[in-house]
Design a protein around this ligand. Structure first.
Ligand SMILES: [Zn+2]
Ligand SMILES: [Zn+2]
Length: 232
């Protein structure tokens, strides 16, 4: 089914980009001046973490393919270039997914069992590199992946899902995750209001506290969990 094939292609291409971005941040020394933290990443850490990262990517491809195969009836079977509906659906999926993730992520920090047994794996990265976005307990990203599917169900009550909107959402979400874990200072994203720039999530990894939002920082402002560099 071409519909599933292109979705997987987006995931694979984004992660290949993430692989090279990670290698660059580890092996290209002169770029270290553009990194947010001064901590140096040991190359051995990257190769030690690669098996779990690859396992999760393979699992991500399988779950995405199966999920989309079964949810196919909720999608518009023809490719529709209606810009207004594409933009609206992308925004809705991003917002619902992100709000869901904010509560899930906050809960994983407040609940000691979830923090110590599940989320702690992701927080082994104090100064992350790009692919560490998926250096997580498999249960964690599977729980996180419920968000976009809630959004799909909600939108489908009113209209079929535009596959272009879903593909663009998938691309934005993947690239954004790689960006906020890259460890590099943001260039453009810091100028977009309430858009989660790399400094925001990097600080979450450094301090293990606050800045629980990822795509939109507005949730940290609303729920008063925003932290700054000089806070403990
Ligand atoms: Zn966290
Ligand atoms: Zn993270």
């Amino acid at each position: 089914m071409t519909f599933v094939f292109y979705t997987i292609l987006i995931i694979v291409c984004c992660n290949i980009f993430g692989f090279f971005l990670s290698l660059v941040s580890i092996h290209v020394n002169f770029l270290s001046k553009y990194r947010i933290q001064r901590r140096k990443i040991k190359a051995s850490i990257f190769y030690d973490r690669l098996p779990l990262i690859l396992f999760n990517i393979v699992l991500l491809i399988i779950v995405s393919a199966m999920g989309l195969y079964y949810l196919y009836p909720l999608f518009d079977p023809v490719i529709n270039f209606n810009i207004k509906s594409i933009v609206l659906q992308i925004m809705l999926i991003l917002l619902v997914d992100d709000l869901y993730f904010y509560f899930l992520h906050t809960w994983m920090h407040k609940n000691q069992f979830m923090l110590n047994k599940i989320h702690r794996i992701h927080h082994q990265a104090i100064s992350p590199f790009a692919l560490e976005y998926i250096y997580v307990h498999p249960l964690e990203w599977i729980m996180g992946y419920i968000g976009p599917f809630i959004a799909i169900f909600l939108i489908s009550i009113f209209s079929p899902i535009n596959i272009l909107a879903f593909w663009i959402y998938q691309f934005i979400r993947n690239i954004h995750e790689l960006d906020v874990h890259s460890g590099f200072k943001s260039i453009f994203s810091k100028w977009i209001p309430f858009w989660g720039e790399s400094e925001h999530h990097d600080l979450h990894h450094e301090k293990l506290n606050g800045n629980y939002a990822t795509t939109f920082t507005i949730w940290d402002h609303i729920f008063k969990t925003k932290i700054k560099q000089d806070e403990k």
